[in-house]
Write a protein that binds this ligand. Structure first.
Ligand SMILES: *Cc1c(COP(=O)(O)O)cnc(C)c1O
Length: 361
């Protein structure tokens, strides 16, 4: 008999998210450089806050996240009433799709855009629309050309993953101002912390009613395992998202950890500076070995090889040396490998191994 128990249309079109590898067969001393994690982990203040939180695990957490929202608002000089916190920025992306897009609606993402935009769009029953990029960089005109009366959301990450490239504030403003009236622009700022002095688009949010920014504690703050993100948008949009948000979506442990993380400005600044230093060193050393990359604004380098075969062979060689990097053929970059900027010893090991690989080839 035919199975009449079926999911909503679009669900079976979802390709499962591919995470970064974390184990290498038969190799000890493995370094994971495949998920853009902070190699130094969370700050000591965060570890202490998590330790203390275990005594309150029988209590339900805060529903309104007020203390964390106030800390974020203070640090970034934002309006706490227009901040929403979620289980990673992934949950904010999901809230946006569920609240604003459904069957018959279109959601735009770019050619090399982050996989969750497409997954959350399909989960909401809406139609993902992929727009070309120009030389691995978001193309504002291509996005504006793809917009129509069905377009409800446009997702761009700035800096972008997995390309590491950015577009300037004037270009983002031109995009916001050129959108149809029913379209909301989502600025994914997962890597905004890595750009010294960059507000992630917060000022654009403040000056427009069609822009929302998402941020995360998973990258610079070293808390990918704890799952905390946030969004900053116009009051009516935040009100909508709070209606689809579960009241207890974040545990008290998540909330206190995030607050300790964002208040530890010294640690965040040291991680940002160390990433910038090692990223430059890594990119230049790889270029010296004949492996170029675009100037990265994030915590990874997108290394370009001559073709897919060479990229895959290099990934396998690095893996055999305990160095796990990310293949990005699924992001339409088959000749590239995304390499997270690790600590100094990890960066040296990568360069040494890529050098060996280039020699034997
Ligand atoms: C890592 C990343 C995120 C963060 O996801 P979380 O759910 O907050 O861990 C969001 N967007 C992009 C582009 C990313 O690379």
């Amino acid at each position: 008999m035919e199975n009449v128990i079926q999911p909503q249309p679009g669900i079976m079109d979802i390709q499962l998210y591919q995470g970064g590898a974390s184990h290498a067969e038969g190799v000890s001393d493995v370094v994971k450089l495949s998920s853009n994690e902070n190699p130094f982990g969370p700050s000591d203040a965060v570890k202490e806050a998590v330790r203390k939180s275990v005594h309150e695990l029988h209590r339900y957490p805060s529903i309104d996240h007020l203390s964390l929202r106030r800390a974020i608002a203070q640090v970034h000089k934002l309006d706490a009433d227009r901040i929403i916190c979620g289980v990673g920025s992934d949950e904010i992306i999901s809230f946006l799709c569920n609240a604003y897009a459904g069957p018959g609606d279109e959601v735009i993402h770019t050619e090399h855009g982050f996989a969750m935009y497409r997954i959350s769009t399909l989960a909401a029953g809406a139609t993902p629309v992929e727009v070309p990029e120009r030389e691995r960089t978001v193309d504002v005109d291509a996005i504006l050309d793809a917009c129509c009366f069905r377009t409800k959301l446009v997702f761009i990450a700035n800096p972008a993953n997995p390309t590491g490239t950015m577009i300037g504030g004037n270009e983002v403003a031109r995009l916001a101002d050129g959108l149809p009236p029913q379209t909301l622009l989502v600025l994914d700022g997962a890597y905004a912390e890595y750009v010294d002095g960059f507000d992630g688009g917060a000022s654009l949010v403040d000056s427009r009613d069609n822009v929302i920014m998402t941020r995360t504690f998973s990258k610079l703050y070293g808390l990918g395992g704890l799952r905390i993100g946030w969004g900053y948008g116009p009051a009516p949009v935040i009100d909508v998202l709070n209606r689809v948000r579960g009241p207890f979506n974040l545990s008290q442990t998540q909330l206190v950890a995030a607050e300790a993380a964002i208040r530890d400005r010294g640690y965040a600044e040291r991680c940002r500076a160390e990433n910038a230093r090692l990223r430059t060193w890594l990119a230049e050393a790889l270029a010296g070995l004949g492996v170029p990359s675009d100037t990265s604004c994030a915590n990874f380098v997108l290394a370009r090889f001559s073709d897919q075969d060479e990229a895959e062979a290099c990934e396998a060689y690095l893996r055999s040396r305990g160095l796990l990097v990310r293949k990005v053929a699924g992001y339409k970059l088959p000749n590239c490998l995304r390499i997270t900027v690790g600590d100094e010893s990890a960066c040296r090991r990568v360069v040494h191994a890529v050098g060996e690989f280039r020699e034997v080839r």
